[in-house]
Unconditional design. Structure first.
Length: 327
C-alpha cells in the first residue's frame, strides 16, 4: 500500500501492496481465512524497469460490504440503495447559487446488503461480483509492512451510500471564501513544496517508520525501483484529524489527482450515453477519498465533506492561487 492507485507521485501506476494479505471474518475472529497466495507479481513500470518483487502478493478473494461502517446497522428492509438514476446528476450548484456538489454516476445500484467484489488477478483490478455478497462482514488487507486497512471496494460503497459529493476546483475556492477549509492529504513534504492557498496539511500517509525485515524490503524496493521513499497509511489518522480540526467541521479534501466515485464514463456528453469501464467498477481510488472514509468513521457527516475533482493538478492547471516553496 505504498502508493495508492491513482496517486503515484511520479506517474507510475502501482496497485499491488507489498505484502501477504488476509481477509478476516470479523464476526468470528477465530476463523482467520487466508485468501491470498504469495507469489511473484509483475509491477507496471517504465520499460527500463523490468523486474519482479518476490515479496509482493496479488489479492484474489471475495468480499461483502457491510453496514458495519455506518453508525447504526440497518435492517435489510431499510438498507440504503443508491441507484444509477438517482446519483447521476452532474449539477454542482443549486439554482439559488448554493454549491451542492456532484453525485457520482453509477452503472449499478449500490446496496450494503448486496454489493460483492473480488480481485481480477489477470488484470490486477477490482471487479464487482455480487456472488460474493455476504461472504464477509468486513474485508481487510493485512500487509507484512504497515497496519491492516479496509480494501477499496468497501470504501467506495460506503462513500457512495453516505452521499459523498465532489466539487470542481473553482467551486472549492468559492466554498473556501464561505468558510470551508481545504484539507490537503498529501505527504507533508509535498505540501511544503506547493499547495492550494490557505489549505491545511493532514497527510493520510507517512513514510515507513518500521525497521523490521519487510519494512526494510519495502524501503529498498521503492528506492531502487522508483527512486521514492516508501510510505504507509497513518494508523492514527482519525485521532490526528480530531486534534487539527473541529469534529464535523466543513472541509474540502484535496490530494494530487482526486480520483473518482463514478462507475460510468461519459466520454461524449450529450452525444453518446455513458459507458461502463471495466477499470472503474469501483471508480478510481485516491487519497482524498480514503481520507473521506476515515473522517466519516471519525464522526463527520458527508454533508460537511467535499472532495476536489482532479485534485491539486487541476487546481494548478486552472491557475488558482497556490503557496509553498515551489508554487
Amino acid at each position: 500500500d505504498c502508493i495508492p492507485y491513482g496517486c503515484s507521485a511520479q506517474g507510475y501506476w502501482l496497485n499491488t501492496p507489498a505484502a501477504h494479505f488476509a481477509c478476516t471474518n470479523t464476526r468470528n475472529t477465530t476463523e482467520h481465512q487466508t485468501c491470498l497466495v504469495p507469489r511473484k507479481v509483475a509491477i507496471l513500470a517504465p520499460p527500463y524497469l523490468s523486474f519482479y518483487y518476490p515479496f509482493m502478493a496479488s489479492m484474489h478473494c471475495g468480499g461483502r460490504v457491510s453496514s458495519r461502517w455506518s453508525t447504526g446497522k440497518p435492517s435489510r428492509s431499510s438498507s440504503l440503495v443508491v441507484t444509477a438514476k438517482s446519483s447521476s446528476s452532474r449539477v454542482g450548484t443549486a439554482s439559488g447559487g448554493r454549491i451542492t456538489g456532484r453525485a457520482p454516476k453509477l452503472a449499478d445500484p449500490v446496496d450494503f446488503e448486496s454489493v460483492g467484489f473480488r480481485l481480477d488477478p489477470a488484470n490486477n483490478r477490482w471487479i464487482r461480483d455480487d456472488r460474493f455478497a455476504g461472504k464477509f462482514d468486513q474485508t481487510l488487507a493485512t500487509p507484512k509492512s504497515g497496519t491492516p486497512y479496509v480494501v477499496w471496494p468497501a470504501i467506495h460503497t460506503l462513500l457512495v451510500s453516505k452521499g459523498l459529493r465532489s466539487v470542481t476546483p473553482e467551486e472549492a475556492l468559492a466554498l473556501q471564501d464561505q468558510g470551508w477549509t481545504i484539507v490537503d492529504v498529501r505527504l507533508a513534504t509535498d505540501f511544503e513544496q506547493v499547495h492550494a492557498a490557505g489549505a491545511v496539511s493532514l497527510p493520510l500517509y507517512r513514510y515507513v517508520e518500521g525497521t523490521g525485515f519487510w519494512d526494510n524490503v519495502k524501503k529498498a524496493a521503492m528506492a531502487i525501483g522508483f527512486a521514492m521513499r516508501a510510505t504507509e497509511r497513518d494508523p492514527d489518522y482519525q485521532s490526528k484529524a480530531l486534534s487539527v480540526l473541529k469534529k464535523n467541521q466543513k472541509i474540502i479534501l484535496m490530494c494530487a489527482i482526486g480520483g473518482t466515485l463514478d462507475t460510468l464514463v461519459d466520454l461524449r456528453k450529450g452525444v453518446k450515453p455513458a459507458i461502463r469501464d471495466p477499470e472503474r467498477a469501483f471508480g478510481r481510488e485516491s487519497r482524498s477519498l480514503k481520507a473521506a472514509y476515515e473522517l466519516i468513521n471519525a464522526g463527520w457527516s458527508a454533508n460537511n465533506l467535499f472532495w476536489v475533482e482532479g485534485g491539486l493538478q487541476q487546481w494548478r492547471f486552472r491557475g488558482l492561487p497556490t503557496e509553498g516553496t515551489k508554487p
